[in-house]
Design a protein around this ligand. Structure first.
Ligand code: GUN
Length: 280
């Protein structure tokens, strides 16, 4: 069994980005990411802090907007509009989830697609689903693909299963696997028999937000397992995979923490630098 070390790869990527940022600064472009957090969700606060810290590490400028949870949708749209027209800003990230009185789809649609470093704008989602590489790709699934590539895992022809159909991970993950030549099944909360899919899979991506969902008796020998889950049990972070037992049957598996989490942040930085480079 080989551990897919996202922490190590993300550090390598961030060190490479540092150099790219220096090159851009020599050309008078300072990559800049605007990060918007609405409300006081504790997990979101930590995610945002980690993103800002990672920007600092790479020399990317970050602007942090921490807004009250009762901000109106129109006030948030006005801020986005200002950031869209500010030429010194290359990426705009709105930490999700948003409070329920705000329509997240309207918000995401109003971020300029050229600054949509999360890859959530319908235009960027469209490029991905057309199999085109013109837009920004969502950070978590992009991190998965990069990690697999780093270990020379060829996806063409593999039978793959994605568990979870969210817009942030499951759906774009399925599209990227398809674009890489894999056969893809998407399973979700209404799937009748999850085992039926997972048992024959060569590769499984679990992004269900359910601790220890994937168990050893659900997978075949030699399976590749990617665990996107971040669950808190007794103040400890655990993934969606019963790692202790599933790892014994796996050829490759990601740890939690230290697998996909740090890759997600590295891809956000990469997208921000890509957006800044587009200005050249
Ligand atoms: N909330 C959970 N994951 C993400 C993400 O990748 N981007 C944003 N903006 N919010 C999230």
């Amino acid at each position: 069994m080989v551990l897919l070390d996202g922490k190590a790869l993300s550090l390598k990527i961030k060190n490479e980005l540092k150099l790219k940022v220096l090159e851009l600064k020599e050309k008078s472009i300072e990559p800049c990411l605007a990060v918007i957090l609405v409300g006081d969700d504790e997990a979101s606060k930590i995610y945002v802090q980690n993103k800002i810290k990672a920007c600092e590490f790479c020399g990317i400028k970050s602007l942090s907007y921490h807004l009250k949870k009762d901000i109106t949708q129109n006030e948030l749209l006005a801020l986005i509009n200002t950031l869209n027209y500010d030429d010194s800003i290359h990426g705009i990230l709105i930490q999700l989830p948003l409070p329920s009185h705000i329509n997240k789809d309207i918000i995401l649609e109003n971020i300029a697609s050229s600054k949509d470093v999360d890859g959530f704008h319908p235009i960027n989602v469209g490029y991905l689903n057309l199999g085109l590489e013109s837009g920004f790709l969502p950070c978590t699934p992009l991190g998965v693909i990069k990690l697999l590539k780093a270990y020379d895992i060829n996806l063409a022809g593999l039978d793959t299963v994605v568990i979870g159909a969210s817009n942030i991970v499951g759906r774009p993950m399925a599209s990227m696997l398809l674009n890489a030549g894999a056969s893809v099944s998407i399973c979700h909360i209404k799937t009748k028999d999850l085992n039926f899919y997972t048992k024959k899979a060569d590769l499984i991506v679990v992004a269900a937000g359910c601790a220890h969902l994937l168990k050893a008796d659900m997978v075949k020998e030699g399976v590749i397992v990617i665990d996107v889950g971040i669950n808190y049990i007794d103040n400890k972070i655990v993934g969606d995979v019963d790692f202790e037992n599933v790892s014994k049957k796996s050829s490759y598996i990601t740890p939690v923490p230290g697998g996909i989490g740090p890759m997600t942040i590295a891809m956000l930085l990469e997208n921000t630098v890509k957006s800044a480079k587009n200005r050249l």
